[in-house]
Design a protein around this ligand. Structure first.
Ligand code: AHR
Length: 309
C-alpha cells in the first residue's frame, strides 16, 4: 500500500484482497506474543495485508494507531483493547469514515450503539467459573473445612480482570468454606506476580491455602516466591492459573500448579474470516467465543499436544 501526499492510499499493482489494521495492546505475556504471531501467520495465509501496530500497554498509543488506520483508509480495523472504557471518540471517527471495527480478545464498554461489528475473544467469565468449580472439587477431595484464598488479578479495568474475578466469585461465594483474604493487582506481568506473591507470603505465610492467579505469567512469577518462603506450591498451596501456555502446562505436569484454565490466543483465523465478510458487506456474528479447554491434576496430560504458545 502506498500513501499519496494527501494521505490517500493507492492500490499497488497486485492489490491485496483486504487491508486490515490491527492494534495489539503490548507484549506483556507469552499469550500476547502467541496471539500476535497467530494473527500475522493467518493474515499471510489468507492473503490479507496486515498493518500491525503494537502499543506499549498504553491506551493513548492504541487510540493513535486507530487514527492512523483511519487516515490510511484501511478496509477493516481490529484492536485488542487494554481497558474497557474510553474508546467512544475514536470509534465514532472510524464509524464516520465507514470502516468496520472488530474487537479481538478483550471487550469494551461504550455509550454509543453500533461502533463495533464483532467481538472475537474468550468467555472470560466462564474461565473464572471453571477455576471456581475446580477449587470446590479440590477442597472436597482434600476435605478442607476452611479455604483461604489470595487472588492476583490482571490489569485493572480490563475485561479479563473483571470477568475472571466475577465468574470465580459467583462460583465460590455460595460455599461457606471459601474466603478471599486479599486480592492484589499483578497487571498480567511476571515481575508483578512475583512482587505480589512476596508481599502475600510475608503478610499471611502459612495461612494461604490457594492462589488464584489471573494469568500464567503472574503464576510463573509467583511460584519461586512461594518456594523462597519455604512452602511447596501445588502441595502446601493450591495454585490455579489461566491461559494454558506451554511453560505453565509443563509446571502443572511437575505438580507445582494444580489447575490451568485455557484461554486460547489462536484467534487469527476467525479474525481473517470475519474481516473478509465485513469487507464484502456480509452479516457477521456479534460475538465469537472460541472453544476452550481445562487442564488439572485430575487428568492424565501425558499425551497433550504442544501448546504453540
Ligand atoms: O486478555 C487476555 C489476557 O491478556 C491473557 O490471559 C494474559 O496472559 C494477557 O496478558
Amino acid at each position: 500500500v502506498l500513501l499519496t501526499g494527501c494521505g490517500q492510499r493507492e492500490e499497488e499493482q497486485h492489490s491485496p484482497e483486504l487491508l486490515l489494521g490491527f492494534s495489539q495492546l503490548g507484549t506483556e505475556s507469552a499469550w500476547r506474543s502467541g496471539n500476535t504471531s497467530d494473527i500475522e501467520k493467518k493474515a499471510a495465509e489468507s492473503g490479507v495485508s496486515l498493518m500491525l501496530e503494537i502499543a506499549n500497554r498504553k491506551q493513548e498509543d492504541q487510540i493513535a494507531a486507530i487514527r492512523r488506520f483511519i487516515a490510511y483508509q484501511v478496509d477493516v480495523i481490529a484492536f485488542s483493547p487494554i481497558v474497557e472504557e474510553g474508546w467512544d471518540n475514536v470509534l465514532l471517527e472510524a464509524k464516520e469514515a465507514g470502516i468496520p471495527v472488530i474487537l479481538v480478545d478483550r471487550d469494551i464498554s461504550t455509550k454509543s450503539e453500533g461502533l463495533i461489528s464483532c467481538h472475537i475473544g474468550a468467555d472470560f467469565y466462564n474461565e473464572g467459573v471453571m477455576a471456581g468449580e475446580y477449587l470446590i472439587r479440590k477442597a472436597n477431595s482434600l476435605q478442607m473445612d476452611e479455604v483461604h484464598i489470595v487472588e492476583i488479578t490482571g490489569t485493572e479495568d480490563s475485561t479479563p480482570m473483571r470477568q475472571r474475578q466475577a465468574g470465580f466469585m459467583d462460583t465460590i461465594s455460595s460455599d461457606p468454606r471459601m474466603q478471599v483474604i486479599e486480592s492484589v493487582n499483578g497487571d498480567f506481568l511476571k515481575s508483578r506476580g512475583a512482587e505480589c506473591m512476596r508481599y502475600l507470603m510475608e503478610k499471611y505465610g502459612d495461612d494461604i491455602d490457594v492462589v488464584f492467579s489471573h494469568n500464567d505469567e503472574m503464576t510463573l512469577g509467583a511460584l519461586p516466591e512461594i518456594e523462597n518462603a519455604g512452602a511447596v506450591p501445588g502441595k502446601d498451596i493450591i495454585i490455579i492459573s489461566i491461559d494454558g501456555g506451554q511453560e505453565a502446562i509443563d509446571v502443572l505436569k511437575e505438580g507445582k500448579i494444580n489447575c490451568v484454565v485455557e484461554c486460547t490466543p489462536m484467534l487469527g483465523q476467525e479474525l481473517m474470516d470475519t474481516a473478509k465478510k465485513l469487507k464484502n458487506g456480509e452479516e457477521v456474528e456479534k460475538v465469537i467465543h472460541p472453544n476452550e479447554l481445562f487442564f488439572s491434576d485430575e487428568q492424565d496430560l501425558s499425551d497433550l499436544a504442544p501448546r504453540g504458545y
